[in-house]
Design a protein. Structure first.
Length: 342
């Protein structure tokens, strides 16, 4: 995850492919028995993927950044895993703002319906300062296991599934942007949901999900008022967060995730600010969006870390909690199952 260093965003955080056809969005089914999982992913297998990604970083200068040898080796690892599953894969090159060539990897799993799709995405690049095992090897590991699980199923999913491994998220959110900007209006109408998975291995996490109705912004505004902040100081912040684009289908996805986590007796935080700092950003307001991020904010001197070892060389396997991976995986597969009932 790339958190943009603007004063507005920092204050918010510190204070609190070929898609075909055209269909209209219907409301998601009412929340059903949230204890029933349509499929189960194995966190121990995700940990094996993370070990492989860490080894790649260790063998290539300590990182997996876009355009680097570690980044290219990470892409090859994903391609090899897709090949094992016998799935169709596209590598789509693009150029980011630094003129570095990145590679998006899109895995297609054909569904019963050819005119509708669900996209699940995670960025596979790291920052140059470290191996990026939590940020965002964990998202990659989860999506890889979802890929293997779906490939092993005898029945096709209802909607065609695109598993997206984005490059250059850490440098300009460039990969997902390059993909989204080429989608036609008809293709966008066919997307039932984009589900983003980022930093889901954090120990002792606070679970962040996308806040569709922006109720968290109202709470932030009230808090800042109560703390005596001048309106002229906080108004640009809340106005900026309220202006984040949304889609009519976002709320149904949020409600499903809230119900799921409530059924597991897990607290969540509704969040807007991280949506513009991750691969959800290019999809906001265009398709229904859901996001799962696990934070554990800590002050290290004058520095706010959004999770231990965030964007540092110590973002290694040692900092990953398999229980967190399992929580996130269960949430993704639950939401995927709900979408598959439509």
């Amino acid at each position: 995850m790339k958190l943009i260093g603007s004063s507005i965003l920092m204050l918010a955080l510190c204070s609190a492919v070929s898609l075909s056809g055209c269909v209209s969005h219907s409301n998601l089914p009412a929340v059903q028995n949230t204890s029933v999982q349509p499929m189960k992913l194995d966190s121990s297998k995700m940990m094996i993927h993370l070990q492989s990604l860490q080894t790649i970083a260790q063998q290539h200068g300590g990182n997996r950044a876009v355009g680097s040898k570690g980044g290219l080796a990470s892409a090859q690892y994903i391609l090899n895993e897709a090949k094992k599953s016998g799935l169709q894969v596209q590598m789509i090159p693009f150029e980011n703002r630094s003129k570095t060539v990145g590679q998006n990897i899109i895995v297609e799993i054909q569904g019963e319906y050819k005119d509708s799709a669900v996209i699940v995405g995670a960025h596979y690049d790291s920052v140059k300062m470290g191996p990026g095992i939590n940020d965002n090897g964990t998202g990659v590991a989860l999506v890889l296991e979802l890929m293997h699980r779906l490939a092993a199923q005898k029945e096709k999913p209802k909607h065609t599934v695109y598993l997206a491994f984005w490059d250059s998220e850490e440098e300009g959110i460039a990969g997902s942007q390059a993909f989204a900007e080429k989608l036609t209006p008809e293709q966008l109408k066919g997307i039932k949901a984009y589900i983003n998975v980022d930093m889901v291995g954090t120990k002792n996490p606070e679970i962040l999900i996308a806040d569709a109705d922006k109720s968290s912004v109202n709470e932030l505004e009230t808090m800042l008022k109560e703390r005596g902040m001048n309106k002229e100081d906080y108004q640009p912040l809340v106005d900026s967060l309220r202006s984040v684009p949304s889609h009519a289908g976002d709320q149904a996805l949020e409600d499903q995730l809230k119900a799921f986590f409530k059924s597991k007796n897990l607290n969540i935080k509704e969040d807007v600010s991280t949506l513009t700092a991750s691969d959800t950003a290019p999809f906001l307001g265009k398709v229904p969006v859901a996001s799962i991020i696990l934070f554990n904010e800590q002050m290290k001197g004058d520095e706010l870390e959004f999770a231990p070892c965030y964007h540092k060389a110590c973002d290694t396997l040692d900092g990953i909690d398999p229980k967190s991976l399992q929580i996130a995986a269960d949430a993704v597969t639950y939401l995927f199952g709900v979408l598959n009932r439509e």
